[in-house]
Each structure stands twice: as C-alpha cells, then as structure tokens.
Design a protein around this ligand. Structure first.
Ligand SMILES: Nc1ncnc2c1ncn2[C@@H]1O[C@H](COP(=O)(O)OP(=O)(O)OP(=O)(O)O)[C@@H](O)[C@H]1O
Ligand SMILES: [Mg+2]
Length: 386
C-alpha cells in the first residue's frame, strides 16, 4: 500500500468502496441484525463462536460466488429459522449510494437472487461493477499446499477486480464445458453443435487466460519493485498450457491450437467423462522471490506473509489500474502476525484509508489502531459498538 502524505492529493484520486450498513435476516447465527459502519476500519471482537466470521461471510456475499467459506446456499439460512435468508447492504461506489440485496427466498433450490437498488440483476456481472472485495481467512493458510483449483479460484477472484466480466466468462466457460462433456457421452451427438460449443469455450478460455496473464504481470512488476521488508515477496507464475501459449504466440494461433486440442481430445475426454485440457486446469505457482523456494516449501509464517503481502499488493494494483480501492476482510489474521507485521499492517490500513474489516478474540492486539477504527463486540446475534 502507498504511504500516506497529507500534502499529496494523489490519494484522493481513488474511488474508495465503502459499506455503510448491513442488515441480516435469518443468516447463519443472526435472526435479525442491523448495523452501521462509519467508513473507517472495523474491528469485530468476540469469543469463539460469537458470530464474527458470519459477518465477514455476509459481506463477502456482496461479491459474486459462494462467499469466503465457499459454502452452499442452503448452509446460510439460520437452522432454527425459516427456509430463507437475506442480506441487505448500503454501499458507496463512485460517489453513488447503492443498496445491494441478496438472498434466497423459501422454496428456491438453486442460486441466490441479487438486487441492486431493488432491481433484479445478474450478480456475477453487476456486483463486481460496483464493489471490489478481497479477503484473507484462516482456511487460506492451506492455499499453497491445496489442490490447484483453490489457487485458480484465488487468482480468478483477483482477476475479477480488473476485468468485471471475468467471473462471468468463467461461468460461461464452465457451462459450455459441462455441455461438451454431456454431448461426448452421447454416441449420436450433433457434430455442428459440438463444434459451436468448443469454439465458444475457446473464445471464453482465451479471454480468461489473457486477464490472468495481465494481472500476473502487474502483480509481479509491483512485487519486484516493492521495498517493504516486512512481507516476504512472492513471484507468481501460471502453469497452464493456454496461458503459456498466450504469453508467446499470437491469439489466432493459440485459438487454432486450442480448438485442435479439444477436437483431438474428444475420444479421450469422452472416456474420462471430462475435458482433460484447457484453461480450467491451470495452476497459480507462487514462490518466495528472494529464495526462489516454492511457497508450499516455505515455513508457515512465511506462507502467511506471502499471502498477505500478495493481497496488499493486489489492492494497490487494483487502485492503480481501476481507480477503485477494494474493501478488505481479514478474518483472524491479526492474531497470527508478529508485532512488526501487525504494526506494519495497521500503518498500511490507516495510511491508505481503505475500509478493512478485521476479527479477533483479543482486544489488546488492536490497541495500536484504537481511535482510528470502529470497534464492535459480537455476541448473542448482535453487534454492539464499543
Ligand atoms: N446456518 C446456521 N444457523 C445457525 N447458526 C449457525 C449456522 N452456521 C453457523 N452457525 C453458528 O454460528 C456461530 C458463529 O460462528 P462464527 O464462525 O461466525 O464464529 P466466530 O465468532 O468467527 O468464532 P471463531 O472465533 O471461533 O472463529 C457458531 O456457533 C456456528 O455454529
Ligand atoms: Mg471465526
């Protein structure tokens, strides 16, 4: 994050996303919650199981997808309440106040509705166009050792802050791929239809690949220049045939090759029941820049530092490229930082004026940010400002 300088008007060029209020109806441990935020950093304090992560999860659902726990929609409703749940938030974006509502009404089996100023919208397109959100959660500690799919999702979420249509492209690609896999199971499949599907898959796949390459380039450049010694610096690389080809070849050539690969693989894919090659198999390789060691081989503390350093670099990059400063959700992050990293994080939060929501069980860890942040105690399905 950039250093704050009161004489520097540069900082005011950003459009800071802010969440001003939040209402939860029958969401997780909350029956009926209303709370307001003053636009500054927010600290949510409470004992284990008091409902802190549930609040961050509700906020994370103001972006497309299944939220920071990657939960299914039927898990969100309060188990003691009716078969529906809802979230309403007032946010500001580009100096406009916008009401976002999302939830599931009784009887609906799939997906969630998203409304903007009470008008129904397609969440995957409309949400990223007004709000950019990023988060770090305890389960992300595993990201460097988990399967490629979680790193790919992480990368694609970072991409969505730049290209508002990125998540929609992924959804389209996945839908087309499902259709292709289904067609390949049918002995008398319609060849022209399959060709059309493969061609559309390739179009979406190339768009996805190009955005991934662009964001990686931007992040690597920033990480290379970054002189902040507090966070270990990551070096990022995509392992994926399409992105590797896109980096060195003309788009038309990659397109032709991608189509040929899908064509050649039809038999193999039909036997395995899935599409074996493509943009959906790529992986994000992260290594520690100075040592050249893969993140999965780094110490636990180094991995946490790499991840947080990467997220903070991403926020700066989004601000630089899109003029929009994202909101950051940090679940239980502060407790795991040493004194130096903790004070560096607070300095960065205060300096950039980003709205950051943090959770913790121990108020003492946040003493350095007292006065600059809004503190709430969480418990019994309520938030009380302290
Ligand atoms: N669908 C649900 N309906 C009702 N309660 C739920 C639901 N899902 C989770 N809970 C409960 O919500 C409570 C709060 O969970 P949450 O994860 O927000 O706690 P937390 O304050 O983050 O705790 P910790 O400090 O341990 O991380 C838990 O007791 C959990 O069992
Ligand atoms: Mg929690």
């Amino acid at each position: 994050m950039n250093q704050h300088n009161p004489n520097n008007l540069e900082e005011f060029k950003y459009n800071f996303n802010r969440i001003h209020s939040l209402k939860l109806k029958n969401f997780r441990s909350y029956n009926d919650l209303k709370c307001s935020f003053n636009g500054g950093p927010v600290v949510l304090l409470g004992s284990n199981g008091s409902g802190k992560t549930n609040i961050l999860e509700a906020l994370s659902l103001l972006s497309p997808g299944r939220g920071l726990r990657n939960a299914s929609f039927d898990q969100f409703r309060n188990i003691k309440g009716p078969n529906e749940w809802g979230i309403i938030a007032e946010i500001s974006s580009e100096d406009q106040l916008i009401k976002i509502s999302t939830g599931v009404s009784a009887g609906r089996l799939r997906g969630r509705d998203v409304k903007m100023n009470d008008k129904k919208v397609t969440g995957s397109i409309a949400l990223p166009s007004v709000l950019s959100l990023s988060w770090v959660t305890p389960s992300m500690d595993q990201i460097f050792i988990e399967s490629p799919s979680s790193r790919r999702k992480f990368l694609d979420r970072m991409c969505s802050s730049f290209n508002k249509k990125h998540i929609d492209s992924i959804k389209n690609y996945e839908k087309l791929m499902k259709e292709r896999n289904k067609l390949l199971q049918d002995i008398s499949f319609d060849k022209t239809w399959l060709e059309t599907i493969e061609s559309r898959m390739v179009t979406e796949g190339i768009l996805i690949g190009l955005t991934r390459i662009e964001i990686l380039k931007g992040l690597n450049l920033r990480l290379e220049k970054d002189q902040n010694p507090v966070w270990p610096r990551a070096f990022l690389k995509i392992q994926g045939i399409i992105e590797e080809e896109l980096a060195y070849n003309k788009i038309d050539e990659v397109r032709e090759h991608y189509i040929k690969t899908l064509f050649d693989n039809r038999r193999k894919d039909s036997i395995s029941g899935r599409t074996l090659e493509g943009i959906h198999r790529s992986d994000l390789l992260v290594s520690e820049r100075n040592k050249g060691v893969l993140a999965s081989q780094c110490s636990t503390g180094e991995q946490k530092g790499l991840l947080l350093g990467l997220i903070l670099t991403h926020l700066d990059l989004v601000a630089e490229k899109s003029n929009q400063y994202p909101i950051l959700l940090l679940d239980e992050v502060v407790a795991h930082l040493d004194q130096l990293r903790r004070s560096s994080l607070f300095d960065q939060i205060i300096n950039t004026k980003a709205q950051v929501f943090m959770t913790g069980t121990d108020a003492n860890l946040f003493s350095a940010i007292e006065g600059a942040a809004q503190f709430f105690s969480v418990g019994m399905g309520r938030l009380k400002e302290i």
